[in-house]
Design a protein around this ligand. Sequence first.
Ligand code: UD1
Length: 379
Amino acid sequence: MMHDDNRVKIVCVVGARPNFMKIAPIISQMQRQESRLMPYLVHTGQHYDNEMKHSFFEQLGIPEPDVDLGVGSGSHAVQTAEVMRRFEPVLDEQQPAAILVVGDVNSTIACALVAVKKGVPVIHVEAGLRSFDRTMPEEINRILTDQISDYLFTTERAAADNLTREGIGGERVQFVGNVMIDTLLNNLKRATPFDKTLAKYVKDQTLYRDGFGLLTMHRPSNVDDGVVLERLLTAVGKISHDLPILFPVHPRTAAKIEQFGLQSLFNAVRIQQLPPLGYLDLLGIMAEAKLVLTDSGGIQEETTALGVPCITLRENTERPITVDEGTNTIVGTDAQRIVDVAYEVITHGGKRGCVPEYWDGRAAERIVAFLEQRFAGQV
Ligand code: UD1
């Protein structure tokens, strides 16, 4: 749909932390002087804490959302339904040419579902990733979002094969590279030096001067079960005797450590708990880490782009290129295996990997160029 300034309105949706890094370069491309697209930014409010939201907007130069739906936390059903309920009137009012959703969080599927039922085209960025593990809430979100999307932008070639198997193919699937890596490359020089971040939270920093590892963990499968969480923290505790570990703790994980009474696991080990960190602080730590242990999707990709060895505390990955070409090793949640692989990395340096095709900082440029052709070709 054309608007008074001849630019075509695209409603762009963010909800949770990993969405922010993905939308930033897309919005920035759409805001170029000569752009034919006009972004209208909706934040669903799935993540709302300062550490989970505001610092990212500021640091990544994302404009204030045009509207914040203020949905907050809840069960999957409540959260998804509430996003849908609050998003519908925004869509009715804005009448965009399309909506653009990123990633695989509940806000992604919720807004896509509202749009498709209204005949508004859906653009999905980071389409086609599959872990083949339907117990992961994100896997359900990915499959369903892709099924109802009109344009699907992929980060690695395997994604198109997954989509083909599900009957989605042709021109509307475009391999463009990785917008999360656009953001990483745009911000690497601005990353906070790790010792500056440490100085904020840690009294004695000498421990970390000779190297450190980074741990992040928030998947329900790892943190919602007290037995699994205790096993993982115990394994990382063992690793910490060889390599001290920095651990920014996601709010969900913090709540579970408290609920299961696991705080004492941190007593005799060298794991330093930190609050959730802003993008530039985490990037500064990740870039300098000798080893990263994580269950995050995005961090598997970011470590590959940085050439930092990554040990993924999951049984599978939806991002196989990080294993085939990058620095990632999937280890699952067996304590002995985690300790063994970490020891190997600490003593021999781990996988070096290479940077995958099109993870070159220009993914958003490709996406916006395609969308301009498609939606604003007549301007
Ligand atoms: C969500 C995404 C996940 C993503 C992760 C990154 C889904 C299904 N999951 O998981 O894919 O990797 O974000 O963080 O969408 N909380 C706060 N403050 C906040 C947000 C959450 O304290 O700003 C706490 C609340 O207790 C909440 C819990 O974290 O219940 C979980 O938040 P939620 O948005 O449901 O999912 P995440 O685990 O963050």
